[in-house]
Design a protein around this ligand. Structure first.
Ligand SMILES: *Cc1c(COP(=O)(O)O)cnc(C)c1O
Length: 383
């Protein structure tokens, strides 16, 4: 069993009868024929489709989800010494990009029900040095944007949604990445809308921010060889945009399948008396980038599942506030981050195999094996 089955993905049939593999091959061939490898027409075609899907005016396709965050922060003018509020329970990019600019990540604990930044603890983290807030829509469902945006607005702060795991999900009928000042996402192969390589995107309704993000992603270039901003080489490859366009017609079905398979997991696990299933906040859907439960004696449970051929993964075992790479910044801020709920989650979370082609049988095998493993670790703990 695969944790995420990207080979099966290529065999999927699109609404027009071709497989994803055939559509992608044709798209790649078209790029090799026209030869515009940098900012070819596929890039704008992709941006137009994705902006319409998310429901915003502007999409800037970039080289990765990490670059999308970096470019968003640079376009907002975040610089050395500024503070950016975020969650400690995320992938490294969220804090890495803040640190790259010399700014200081300030961590707010999570809501243990959703694993996302707790808006109830946000306001007390805001200082005069705060320049932005980055909630992460972890595991596939949006953070609480109505509450976060209301607080941000009172303080005149922009909000960047790190939607690397939530592209395709909705909150009160609006799509992830269109829920705040800027939304960013990733097209890393295992993400809900993954390519076959690196890619990402920034979304916004603000035309000035859109211009700035576009410039920053292209060496700060205002016109050929004239540079008004410090930027990065953050463009998406034409080839990667073409691959994503080839896959796009299947995406709606994948989002539907993800929701259905996630809900079935929860039903089956609860029927097996496993109660730590993901909880959706009111008004949210999830694309289940990860389907994550909590277990005691995690290492033993993972080993027992592995023995039965079932891969698992931990997202994430170490909080960002405790990453060695970020420790000097933490010292500079002379802060001891107290995020006990994120800490507790990091010690117990475990993600199960999850992708749109997970069969009923495989899902039953996972549930069965997990129920068995929990039962036997309970016995060994008691013995
Ligand atoms: C994957 C991920 C990123 C980074 O995306 P890349 O495309 O790999 O650079 C950022 N934030 C979160 C929450 C992610 O899961």
């Amino acid at each position: 069993m695969q944790f995420i089955d990207l080979a099966e993905q290529q065999r999927q049939q699109l609404p027009d009868g071709r497989t994803i593999r055939e559509a992608v091959d044709m798209r790649i061939a078209a790029v090799l024929n026209h030869g515009r490898y940098i900012l070819g027409p596929e890039v704008e075609e992709l941006e137009t489709i994705l902006a319409a899907y998310v429901g915003v005016d502007h999409c800037i396709a970039v080289a990765s989800g990490t670059d999308a965050l970096l470019i968003a922060l640079m376009a907002l003018g975040v610089k050395a010494g500024d503070e950016v509020i975020t969650t400690p329970f995320s992938f490294i990019s969220t804090s890495e990009t803040i640190a790259l600019l010399g700014a200081i990540p300030v961590y707010v604990d999570i809501d243990p029900a959703t694993y996302n930044l707790d808006p109830g603890k946000l306001e007390r983290a805001i200082s005069e040095r705060t320049k932005a807030i980055i909630p992460v829509s972890l595991y596939g469902q949006p953070a609480d944007f109505p509450a976060i945006n209301a607080i941000a607005e009172r303080h005149g702060l922009p909000v960047i949604e790190d939607g690397a795991q939530s592209f395709g999900s909705e909150q009160h009928g609006r799509r992830s990445c269109g829920l705040s000042t800027i939304g960013t996402t990733s097209f890393f192969p295992s993400k809900p809308f993954g390519g076959y390589g690196d890619g990402g995107a920034c979304f916004t309704n603000d035309p000035e921010l859109a211009d700035r993000m576009r410039r920053v992603s292209r060496h700060g270039q205002a016109r050929r060889y004239f540079h008004t901003d410090i930027g990065v080489n953050g463009r998406i490859d034409t080839l990667q945009a073409a691959i994503l366009l080839g896959k796009w017609p299947n995406f709606a079905e994948e989002v539907e399948a993800r929701g259905r398979i996630g809900a079935a997991y929860s039903r089956k696990l609860q029927a097996a008396s496993i109660s730590s299933t993901p909880q959706l906040a009111a008004g949210n859907t999830s694309v289940y980038a990860q389907y994550t439960v909590q277990v005691d004696q995690r290492a033993e449970v993972q080993a027992a599942l592995k023995e039965r051929g079932i891969p698992t993964s931990v997202h994430y075992p170490t909080l960002l506030s405790q990453q060695p790479a970020l420790s000097s910044i933490n010292n500079r801020a002379s802060q001891v981050w107290h995020t006990p709920l994120a800490q507790a989650a990091s010690e117990r979370v475990m993600s199960l195999p999850m992708h749109p082609w997970l069969s009923d049988d495989d899902q039953d095998r996972v549930v069965d094996a997990l129920a068995n493993a929990l039962h036997s670790t309970l016995i060994s703990a008691a013995a």
